[in-house]
Design a protein around this ligand. Structure first.
Ligand SMILES: [Zn+2]
Length: 228
């Protein structure tokens, strides 16, 4: 079997605006998060949505899912007839509502199958030949930086031909993150905060310092989701 080395392309990542990360295990493309502009960025690099083995959404915040509707609309308009594998956290209201709206408008003319995988902590799944494991993350719905309620959020650990990629999505620090990123060939880590939030013990994201420490546990670390 031909051996492929893994590559990660951060198509775009900026807190509050959009994030889209493409993981390429040779010819197998897996998209993690689909913020606004994802379709445009995929087409620009020659990976149209038809070529995606799966789309994995870490959580339902708009900067991570706003581009999902565009992907679905494009596949319908292109008369795609294959399977669209969609992984997201169980209980993710935003993704369920978005799919419902898509079916409500177009149920008679969707020629492809959307295979849904709502996952919980430590669920496993095979997408093509890629092994996916979901890890529960610690993230919150927030307004103006103030935490409101916990958001269903997952990180994903992807393994293919003994190569591992760990992608945190948005998360605050918790000790299990060390295990999550350890020995990954590539770890993609939330690094939104410049400093810890003052006057609160509830964090919505990792600080750059926390992210740098975690990145040091992987063979290669990529910090994402900085504020503009
Ligand atoms: Zn978020």
């Amino acid at each position: 079997m031909e051996r492929h080395s893994v590559e990660v392309e951060v198509l775009f990542s900026c807190a509050g605006i959009a994030t889209a990360i493409l993981v390429n295990f040779g010819p197998i493309h897996i998209l993690v998060d689909a913020g606004d502009g994802t379709l445009r960025d995929l087409l620009r690099i020659g990976v149209p949505p038809q070529k995606l083995a799966g789309v994995l959404l870490t959580h339902g915040h708009s900067d991570h899912v706003a581009g999902l509707y565009a992907l679905l609309g494009y596949l319908r308009a292109e008369a795609f007839t294959g399977v669209f594998n969609l992984v997201y956290p169980a209980g993710c209201c935003e993704v369920e509502a978005l799919l419902k709206a898509f079916y409500k408008c177009y149920s008679d003319t969707i020629g492809f199958q959307i295979r849904r995988y709502p996952l919980k902590d430590k669920d496993t799944l095979k997408i093509g030949s890629v092994h996916v494991q979901s890890w529960k993350m610690l993230h919150w719905h927030s307004v103006a930086g103030n935490p409101l309620a916990p958001a269903p959020a997952l990180g994903f650990r992807l393994t293919y031909q003994a190569q591992a990629v760990a992608i945190t999505g948005d998360t605050a620090f918790f000790p299990e993150l060390v295990e999550f990123v350890k020995d990954a060939d590539i770890a993609v880590i939330d690094a939104t905060l410049d400093t810890p939030l003052p006057g609160t013990n509830t964090y919505v994201h990792l600080t750059i310092e926390q992210a740098q420490k975690l990145a040091g546990l992987a063979r290669r670390g990529i910090l994402v989701h900085r504020k503009s």
